[in-house]
Design a protein around this ligand. Sequence first.
Ligand code: ADP
Ligand code: MG
Ligand code: MG
Ligand code: MG
Ligand code: MG
Length: 438
Amino acid sequence: MSDLATFAAERGVKYFMISYTDLFGGQRAKLVPAQAIAGMEQDGAGFAGFATWLDMTPAHPDMLAVPDPAAVVQLPWKPEVAWVPATCVMEGEEIEQAPRNVLRRMVDAAAAEGLRVKTGVEAEFFLLTPEGDRISDVHDTAAKPCYDQQAVMRRYDVIAEVCDYMLGLGWNPYQNDHEDANGQFEMNWDFDDALVTADRHSFFKFMVKSVAENHGLRATFMPKPVEGLTGNGCHAHISVWDIAGQANAFAGAGTGQTGEVGLSEKGAHFLGGIMQHGEALPAITNPTVNSYKRINAPRTISGATWAPNTLTWTGNNRTHMVRVPGPGRFELRLPDGAANPYLLQAVIIAAGLSGLKGKADPGPRHDIDMYAEGHTVKDAKRLPLNLLDAIRAFEADGTLTAMLGAGFSASYAKLKRQEWNAYTAHFSQWEKDNTLDI
Ligand code: ADP
Ligand code: MG
Ligand code: MG
Ligand code: MG
Ligand code: MG
């Protein structure tokens, strides 16, 4: 019996959801009865790539999504179904631009250097009414709602259900809270290898949305779903280990300003790569039109956006793009809830490896309150102000786009430009209000 057929027999799984993630982060799947899974495990499930965001034409041959049995997860809320992420292939070749393939290439590139990248993500979300137009809890109106004890208990049924599922899946969840916006929550589980974290991140989004739907609610990871409130970040915490995963290469004595906050020389260079490629990152870490209403945003009702404006790094201070919360790791605070789980990890590894290779210097540490005193920093670059600037900056970074794969990068930028063009072609009330009487 194949691995998945055995899994089905042992666990009473009736259907497999063979799933892949497209370039816009959409999760696409076919439901395959367990009886047919052995053949699919061998050959893959067939899809018309053009029908999703993969930069293909209707004339392309079938794309086959070959499930990765090592990553299968039984749905805790529907145990007769199991989700399994797939490797996308066409005519025997891996599809270069398929996001999980991009990440697997970056994991291999790190392994070729004897390194293993481990990451954790903080995928914030809002719980809205089913129509998505309001916060579901009408009593959740405090100006500073972060960690609100009463409000988190009003959503206990959803939060505890998801946390129980994570416990059962062995992800080691360790805390849940009400976040800084009304209706916003965060649930944290332990970091792991970048591919494991990306698969869990994808599954987490699917799980939170599904559980919320079962409770008559709508969960959203949209970067800025409510004007004036703090947006949905998706901070990534990063460390790099030896290939056995035993020794943290970011820990240990370092030098200079990075050494002072507990990063080794390798940690400093990896961070240097993130800083060097910082202008190119947002096309992937902040991939939607709406993303730019979270970064570079005016102060929110709670008092702070908690999102960066500028390409700066610091120690344990949450007002910069990168925070080093303690020894042996750093936090990239740039990504938002729209970031594609696979491309997010891939771009971090690509930028970091480039920094290691070139022994990149992260530049000076800034310990100020960036929101209050940012104007005093003269030597820092601003983050892109909109998606178009971000795409242009991505295209201009030849090193990063080559590392990610020239074909992937061209496809990604092309589809994102189409998205931007669709947005600008859209007639808005704003332009009418501001132009009618001109
Ligand atoms: P904060 O809100 O302070 O930024 P959280 O506790 O919400 O932090 O999230 C921290 C994330 O960082 C978790 O996923 C955690 O497992 C992860 N993490 C902790 N240590 C490391 C490390 N050495 N390498 C990578 N990720 C780490
Ligand atoms: Mg058909
Ligand atoms: Mg957190
Ligand atoms: Mg948070
Ligand atoms: Mg954080």
